[in-house]
Write a protein that binds this ligand. Structure first.
Ligand code: PLP
Length: 302
């Protein structure tokens, strides 16, 4: 199987479209706002999770991997996307989930059950070990043929698939903006930028000043020679990961009504809120083109 056949088998619509966006925001007339709709890549395999998983899945299929193990929270877009892919590709999937949801399955976990995922609930302390070599070698001892994919699908193998986003952007832009959770998507864009004509701006969706930057750095190839200009904004996490206070929820529903583009409060809502604030604060030079990457994630809002 090659990459085209894999995308076809899973029903991926790549490339994703780019279109202008004109929400009723203060100062919007001073810039060109565009959105790249990675949320439309697939109804289930959410936006950036496809980008990050593509080549890991291709390798799994080519090497006839029988079993994949990965990690996430009870509403994880990553586990959802990977669970669906494994189901379609006939690969056994084990999801290690933070917290015990066994008596109260989220819609995401109900889908995993439907897709025959082996779900293992672990406490927070155990979940903390998800990247530790000792814990991982224990897992491999129990399942010697399994391939382990880290939380969020963020690993070096994810960078190439994320780089395809840049190949699909054919018009000149000045800023490319995206939400940042585990850093894999931003790292993929940084690693694959060889023309620093635009700035990459990540919007941190959790309290993670320095921490998020270190995640991105750790994923970059070493030695790494990108000329990308990038930074992360830390003022728009709304109290932390998964926190969605009323003003943010209101912003999301107003935005969706106003633009017909669906967003949710965990990732894209925080990103668009940040873009609105950055425009109001005149952060972007007048006349500049700002491209927002809609990374999907709408299942998590169920
Ligand atoms: C996982 C996810 C992100 C975060 O991407 P990272 O590569 O982990 O930084 C952003 N948006 C959505 C919708 C996601 O599901």
């Amino acid at each position: 199987m090659n990459e085209l056949q894999l995308a076809q088998l899973l029903g991926i619509n790549q490339p994703s479209p780019i279109h202008p966006l004109c929400p009723n925001w203060q100062g919007i007339e001073n810039i060109n706002l565009l959105v790249k709709r990675d949320d439309l890549l697939h109804p289930i395999i959410s936006g950036n999770k496809w980008r990050k998983l593509k080549f890991a899945l291709l390798q799994a299929v080519q090497q006839q991997t029988q079993h994949i193990i990965s990690f996430g929270g009870g509403f994880s877009n990553h586990l959802h996307a990977l669970g669906y892919c494994c189901h379609k590709l006939n690969i056994q999937f084990t999801a290690i989930v933070r917290g015990d949801y066994s008596s109260n399955l989220s819609p995401m976990l109900q889908d995993l059950v439907k897709w025959k995922t082996n779900i293992q609930y672990v406490d927070r302390q155990t979940y903390q070990e998800r990247n530790s070599p000792a814990y991982l070698s224990q897992l491999i001892k129990h399942s010697p043929k399994a391939c382990i994919i880290p939380e969020g699908g963020s690993q070096q193998a994810a960078l190439k698939g994320v780089g395809e986003i840049l190949q699909e952007i054919t018009q000149p832009i000045d800023y490319l903006i995206l939400p940042v959770g585990s850093g894999g998507t931003l790292a993929g864009l940084v690693a694959n930028t060889n023309n620093p004509m635009y700035q990459l701006i990540g919007i941190g969706v959790l309290k993670g000043q320095d921490y998020l930057e270190s995640l991105v750095q750790a994923l970059l190839p070493n030695p790494h020679t990108t000329t990308a200009q990038w930074h992360i904004e830390h003022d728009y996490h709304f109290g932390g990961y998964g926190k969605s206070p009323e003003p943010l929820k209101q912003f999301c529903s107003d935005f969706t009504q106003n633009t017909q583009v669906p967003i949710e409060p965990v990732y894209s809502g925080k990103m668009f809120f940040a873009i609105q604030a950055l425009i109001a604060n005149q952060n972007f030079a007048p006349g500049s083109t700002v491209l927002a990457l809609h990374t999907g994630g709408l299942q998590g809002a169920r």
